[in-house]
Design a protein around this ligand. Sequence first.
Ligand code: PRT
Ligand code: ZN
Length: 285
Amino acid sequence: MNTLKLAVQKSGRLSETSLKLIKECGITFQTRIAKLKAGAFNFPMEFLYLRDDDIPGYVADQVADVGIVGKNVLLEKNDELEIIKELGFSKCRLSIAVPKEFDYQGIESLNGLNIATSYPRILAKYLKQQDIDADIHEISGSVEIAPSIGLAQAVCDIVSTGSTLVSNGLVEVEVILNSEAVLVGPPDLAEPKRKILDQFLFRVNAVQAANNNKYILLNAPDQAITRIIQLLPGMRSPTIVPLAQKGWSSLHSVVKEDDFWEVIENLREAGAEGILVVPIEKMIL
Ligand code: PRT
Ligand code: ZN
């Protein structure tokens, strides 16, 4: 039988959210990740549970067809795979940081330094682009302690909240890469797997659109409707239903999560009342 083999991280920062996305796509599977491999019950998909570092290699070798991995790991491990879709979770950045006492004057201050990192390829490429001549010291973990134990003078590591840097007396000075979880695959995935991937992407897009939007219902006096419609972009145009009370209507539409608070303020100013905002389960555009 034809199935799409999807590699996901076995355990770590990406695994829970990756599996949540798959569930939101209506794909059911055994949730206990005891095995290396498991099949979905209601979709032609199989899951391979792997260490994130191994995912690009397994996809490149066609052991898996596609995978979910951090953009940082993809770019460090493999150039041949394609980013099929940015998934918008596990956002972080790969940055260079120096001890807070360091007199950082700009990127040229990195010349001649020894920089510790688990991302030697990305860092080397960046330094070359920036015309900086520095030494790269590859270490596999606890990069942030390298300066304090005298192993390096700077670090290049993943930063999320920045608290790890602060607690190690480091200051972020250059952002090399903004990363997030991505769906990766070969550029030439053949049928019938391509078709399954398209079906999966259709669902992922619906889930993402739903997560990024809210359904909004509000009441407004009829004379305020024209102004309110301008404030509500909606999918096509808002639904307007007359209320039992004469001169009043109910408007239904969709607003983007990002614009949400600003839109609400403007709606209130324009005369909207009884505003209800509800989550959307799926959204097909
Ligand atoms: O066992 P396996 O090899 O599969 O997992 P792993 O330990 O290599 O990776 P994991 O699970 O830690 O991270 C998986 C992916 O999550 C990474 O490749 C990134 O794409 C993404 N991600 C998002 C992060 C972070 N946020 C993050 N904060 N990866 C690592 N960190 C670490 C970072 O290395 C540093 O030590 O957290 C610390 C910094 O965090 P803040 O919040 O203090 O800045
Ligand atoms: Zn890893």
